[in-house]
Structures are given as structure tokens and as C-alpha cells.
Design a protein around this ligand. Sequence first.
Ligand SMILES: Cc1cc2nc3c(=O)[nH]c(=O)nc-3n(C[C@H](O)[C@H](O)[C@H](O)COP(=O)(O)OP(=O)(O)OC[C@H]3O[C@@H](n4cnc5c(N)ncnc54)[C@H](O)[C@@H]3O)c2cc1C
Length: 402
Amino acid sequence: MLERGEVANSWRYERWDSLRLLTPNWQCRLPGVHYEGPDPDGYMTMAEVVEVIERFAAPALARVRTGTNVTSVRRTDDGYQVLTSRGEIRCRAVVLASGACNRPTTPSFADAVPATVEQLTPFSYRDPSHLPDGGVLVVGASATGVQLAAEVRRSGRPVILSVGEHVRLPRTYRGRDVLWWMDASGVWDQRYDEVDDLTRARRLPSPQLVGTPERGTLDLNALSEMGVELVGRWAAVRDGRALFSGGLRNVCSLADLKMNRLLGVFDEWAAAGESREEFDPPDRLAPTQVPASPRLQLDLLSGEIRAIVWATGFRPDYRWLEVPVLDAKGQLRHDGGVADSPGLYALGLPVLRRRRSTFIHGIEDDAREVIEHLTRFLATGPLGLAGDPGLGIVREQVDRIR
Ligand SMILES: Cc1cc2nc3c(=O)[nH]c(=O)nc-3n(C[C@H](O)[C@H](O)[C@H](O)COP(=O)(O)OP(=O)(O)OC[C@H]3O[C@@H](n4cnc5c(N)ncnc54)[C@H](O)[C@@H]3O)c2cc1C
């Protein structure tokens, strides 16, 4: 296992200070490592996540070679040549587990933003004290955007939030965490080959959720109440002005509709009596309150806003992958983690094999299935099952995951 930084690198260095997981503690599980603390319904801080991953990595049979940056992966006649900052490795199979969120995404028009406005991404933002004084425009209203908009607003700054397509969810529903319902009702078990529009499912924005001790809902209504101004999707920059889409009402109605549809699925599941638990009665959040005429332009040179925080998503970084398995958008083409190049696999990507794949606890089933495929691949290779030096380790890993 090659890791360019340290174990749990992304959680150590690529997250802002106040972040907590949005999945509850009981759900943050890895094979053999389950939450055993006093607060199963709480949400882990980054230090706690690092501790969980370290606990898992310590007894792992595969040695983690930290500080080893992979700079190139190339196909050879009998496998792959992997160049790293610590030398070359030849192998028959490669599992890409380099993450889905290596780089923040920003729109191309970010280059047209005047230099007087500071630009940050979730990788460079740490806390509001590092922002210049004055107004802040947060772009993107998924988990990252709503969390940062709330935090910056609490620091006393004026905040404008640019809202595109988003997934609205209440933090709790009928007395349970909304992610408990996703789990219990089987929504997260839906397999990738059963999803109608897989490309869309894999690009779905993260839900508007935050993990706080109060377990409060952080939707656009909550942000409006805090004094955050909502505007539509940021579409372009012209003559130093940000131009926002006029479709704010539509995207909000759509998010409300989809949320209510999902809650309806939970209600149906509860009514079917699959669970012996007692739940609070069904209820619905108030529709999203949209300003009567949200502004369509913002003069970026006026000084009204001094900083922009791009919360417009993340993407993987495969600049080192020299095997032709990427699509035009730079995403890996794969079938449930099996890439279109013999012996090349992937883990840790959104909806890899199931909807839960997007989250930490999705890895267990995915890893088992992908590694089973990999084991079969190695067994059919020129060296055969017994002769392959790497296979003993793979087998031990599979047993361990089981
Ligand atoms: C802001 C944010 C919040 C999230 N919140 C939650 C949450 O609340 N709950 C949840 O379950 N999931 C959450 N996720 C999703 C979660 O990050 C993933 O499910 C999980 O981290 C995937 O783990 P991974 O090991 O596949 O990827 P990563 O955690 O991204 O790890 C990939 C590793 O590969 C290393 N690497 C990359 N390129 C190279 C290279 N060329 N050479 C060597 N090493 C390399 C990186 O340094 C990194 O350590 C969140 C994601 C983000 C971005």
C-alpha cells in the first residue's frame, strides 16, 4: 500500500478545522473497527476520524509505505510499472484507492474574478479568522457550502450563498437520524447496476447535512434565518460582475420535492412493519423560503464581498495514471471498480457498487467484491494461483475483510 502522505492523510490535511463527519458515529465503521464510545449518535471530529483509521491500519496485514508518492502508472506486457518517489515497482494488478476528492473543483470563470477578491477552496479554508474582513460569497449549497456559509455568518460577516442543484434533508426524521433511515430502509444498499441513471447518481451532490451536538437541520431556511442571503447558481463573470441564474426558486422546489419523495420511501418502509421500532409520526419540513426577487448580479469590484469560498465540489486527481481508462471529464471508467484494463481496479469512489460506497462504511462490501475479482484475475495469470508471490497476501486480506 503506497501513501504519499500519512495514514488518513486527507482527514489530517485536507479538511477545515471545525468539520465533523455528517455520518453518525455508529455508522463510521471499517472491517473490525466499530464505534464503542458513549455517543453512538454523535459525529466525529477530524482527530477522531484519524484515530479510527489509524486503529484499522495498525493491525492491517498490508504494510503501508507512507511518504511514497505515485508519479506514474503504466501498462506493461505482463502488468503495470508503477513509478514512485521512492523507486519503481512492477506488479500484475493495481488497486486505485487514491480517493474521489483529491482536488477542489472551481468553475473556469474563477480566473475572471478581480484580484481584489480573495478566493479560497475547502482545502485552503481553515476557519473564519483567516478571511479578510467584510462580506463573503460562498458558492455551492451542498454539505460543504452550507456548513461554511453558517460558520462564516456566525463570525459576524455578511454572507451571500450561491445555490445550484442540491440535496435537502432534515438531520433527524421521526425521531431517528435521517442516515439511519437511509441504512435501515435499504436505500443505501441499492446496487450500482440497479440505479436508473448511474452517471447522475455518481455525480449527486452531498446532502445538506452537518454533524453537530445539537443534531440540528442546516437547510436553506436555517441559513436564511441566520441572515445568509440566497442567490441563484453563479453562471458567469462579466465586466467584474458575478451573474447569477434566475432559477433559484426552481432548484429549491426540486430539492423539496425530492426530499419529500425520499421521506415517503421511509414512511412506506416503516408502514410495511419491517422494523419493530416505534417512530414519531411522519412530518415534513416547511418548503424552502426563496426571496421574492433574489439578486441576479453582484459587483465584485464594489468591495461588498472581500472573499469567495468555492464549495463547488471535488474531483479525483489521476494526472499520474497513464492508462487510457479516463472519460472526457477525467473520471475513471469502471464497472463496479473493475477498470477497462486487465488487473486495474478501483475502490473508494461514489456509488462504486452500492449507494453506500460514497461513504466510509461503504468500503467493506465493495472491497470484498473487488478483491474477489482481483484474486480470480491473479489466479488465471501466467504464474497461476500457487505461484504468484502476491497472492498469499491478497488471500489473507480477503480473509481479514470477511
Ligand atoms: C469534505 C468531505 C467530507 C466528508 N464527510 C464524510 C462523512 O461525514 N462520512 C463519510 O462516511 N464519508 C465522508 N466523506 C467521504 C470520505 O472522504 C470517503 O468516503 C473516504 O475518505 C474514502 O476514503 P479513501 O481512502 O478511498 O480516499 P481518501 O480518504 O481520499 O484517501 C486517499 C489517499 O490516497 C492518497 N493518494 C492520492 N494520490 C496518491 C498518489 N499519487 N500517490 C500516493 N498516495 C496518493 C492520499 O494522500 C490519501 O491519503 C467526506 C469527504 C469529503 C471530501
